[in-house]
Design a protein around this ligand. Structure first.
Ligand SMILES: C[S@@+](CC[C@H](N)C(=O)[O-])C[C@H]1O[C@@H](n2cnc3c(N)ncnc32)[C@H](O)[C@@H]1O
Length: 130
């Protein structure tokens, strides 16, 4: 994702994880790839680290944390999503209570469908419509 930002000529990526060790590994890998200037890492519970937003409007969200938090995190970020923003819910199958029902209801401002790449894993592609 960070390399794509560089290829597109800009942008910023905010990543957050509960485990400091994972963040340190990601930080080291991105520094080694010369992409660390594009990334901001936040360590802690995403419900807290993302509360202040990300300093601007969001083009894309990749959800790959605790399944039960997919819906609360999406709702937390919702006011910051650009119209047309893309959300990937990695393994967004039934464990994420209410997530699929929410993003598949056009009344909530999304269109959404399961990706056929790895159907058993339940990856969900969602687009913000407003
Ligand atoms: C399946 S792993 C995926 C992590 C990363 N995308 C990767 O590929 O290594 C899920 C991650 O969610 C993180 N996580 C779980 N609960 C969290 C929370 N409340 N806030 C932030 N991160 C959380 C875990 O620490 C774990 O690293």
């Amino acid at each position: 994702m960070a390399a794509a930002l560089r290829d597109m000529g800009g942008g910023r990526l905010v990543g957050t994880d509960l485990e400091p060790g994972k963040v340190e590994r990601a930080r080291a890998n991105l520094a080694a790839a010369g992409l660390d200037d594009l990334i901001e890492f936040r360590v802690g519970d995403a419900r807290e680290t993302l509360k202040p937003g990300v300093g601007g409007k969001i083009d894309m969200v990749m959800l790959d944390g605790a399944f039960t938090l997919y819906l609360p995190i999406l709702k937390l970020l919702e006011p910051h999503l650009k119209p047309g923003a893309i959300i990937i819910g990695e393994n967004a199958f039934d464990e994420g209570p209410g997530y699929l029902d929410y993003v598949r209801d056009p009344g909530n401002g999304y269109v959404s469908l399961p990706l056929s790449l790895d159907p058993g894993r339940g990856n969900e592609l969602t687009v913000r419509t407003r």
